[in-house]
Design a binder for this molecule. Structure first.
Ligand code: EPS
Length: 357
């Protein structure tokens, strides 16, 4: 099971090819709408004002509403690209941005906009993720749920997952939402940006998904999540907090009812334990700012860069559905690999209690 995307933020369209999806999965353009809306720009004042329709066209791999087993090609046409703000910085490097490394690598600049480095590309990750989420839910009862677990220096007072879809931040504490709105309004007016943390929990996984050495479940999750634009850190389970823990605290005791705790985050030795999978992802602050900064142009001359246009003051605000999609894509791939090697659900009898749900 593999996904690739194509297209640029300011080209005619973006798209993806999803290869290896089993036949027989019901799939229609409407299936994509909900998650693409959750990720899209221009829906609240807290994200970029670019207003894309984000309508998915299914070009292949589906016949009469059912996947055929052949590659699924999805297309989303860009309907609100605007290049004029990029013309001013077409030969300048935005500090903190991939402008610099793309130029060093390729020596070619697409002056229309962010191109492949734009977060626009994540539209297609979310679209591909819709297929994985649908298959995982229908075939295995797996659910993948994310939420924002930190915005700048603010952390949630409580983690009520039922509150997450009712606010523009995917925030799990409804009482803090007005304060976050004020925080983001002040930040936007200041012209600056801020980072964020997104947590993802996947429930319903059986024990056994993942490879023991190469292709470990946690290694693949880390790679997939780190591959999202602006990501600077990924944790599984207690992650970096494990450094200060004792072994007697970190290990998750097991009895006939399952595991007593979940410091491991649902993965032991690269293989799912049957516990909820816990991932946490750090997003850096957006680098395209209207606050001036010293830099160079492509000829090496000093310049003061000012980036105007429609940018997100916190790219992490739209990241929850993207992280969920990447987790779902890894899980579907691992589920299919497990099935190929060890057989279908029920073919392998777990030798230990399966763990608490
Ligand atoms: C982005 C810059 C903005 C965002 C864009 C990501 O767009 P533009 O390049 O038109 O200024 O709107 O996000 C999307 C369009 C999207 O759908 O996510 C960037 O530089 O990453």
């Amino acid at each position: 099971f593999a996904v690739t995307t194509f297209g640029e933020s300011h080209g005619p369209a973006i798209g993806c090819v999803v290869d290896g999806c089993p036949p027989g999965l019901a799939l229609a353009p409407e299936d994509f709408r909900h998650d693409l809306e959750r990720r899209a720009t221009g829906r609240t004042r807290h994200t970029s004002a670019r207003r894309e329709a984000d309508e998915v066209e299914i070009l292949s791999g589906v016949y009469e509403g059912i996947t055929t087993g052949t590659p699924i090609a999805l297309l989303v046409r860009n309907t609100d690209a605007r290049s004029k703000d990029y013309a001013k910085i077409a030969d300048q490097f935005r500090p903190g941005h991939a402008d610099y490394t793309y130029w060093q690598k390729y020596g070619v600049r697409d002056p229309r906009g962010g191109g492949r480095s734009s977060a626009r590309e994540t539209t297609m990750r979310v679209a591909a993720g819709v297929i994985a989420r649908k298959w995982l839910a229908g075939r295995h009862g797996v659910r993948v749920l994310g939420y924002m677990s930190q915005l700048g220096e603010v952390t949630p007072g409580r983690r009520d997952l039922s509150a997450v879809e009712d606010n523009p931040f995917f925030w799990p504490d409804a009482t803090q939402v007005p304060a976050l709105e004020a925080y983001m309004d002040a930040l936007r007016k200041s012209g600056d940006s801020v980072g964020a943390r997104v947590d993802v929990i996947a429930t319903g996984l059986p024990p056994g998904w993942g490879e023991p050495v190469y292709g470990k479940l946690d290694a693949e999750l880390a790679g997939a999540l780190m591959g999202i634009n602006a990501v600077k850190g990924v944790e599984i389970g207690d992650g970096f907090a494990s450094v200060a823990q004792r072994g007697s605290e970190h290990r998750d005791a097991i009895d006939a009812a399952g595991f007593a705790s979940n410091h491991a985050g649902g993965v032991l030795g690269g293989i799912s334990s049957g516990q909820p999978l816990r991932c946490s992802v750090a997003f850096k602050p957006t680098s395209s700012l209207r606050l001036p900064v010293d830099s160079l142009d492509t000829d090496g001359n000093p310049v003061e860069v000012v980036t105007t246009g429609r940018h997100d003051p916190c790219v992490g605000i739209r990241a929850t559905p993207i992280c969920e999609a990447m987790v779902a894509l890894v899980l579907m791939d691992q589920a299919l690999r497990h099935r190929a090697q060890c057989g279908d659900v029920g073919d392998v009898t777990p030798r230990v209690p399966p763990g608490k749900p």
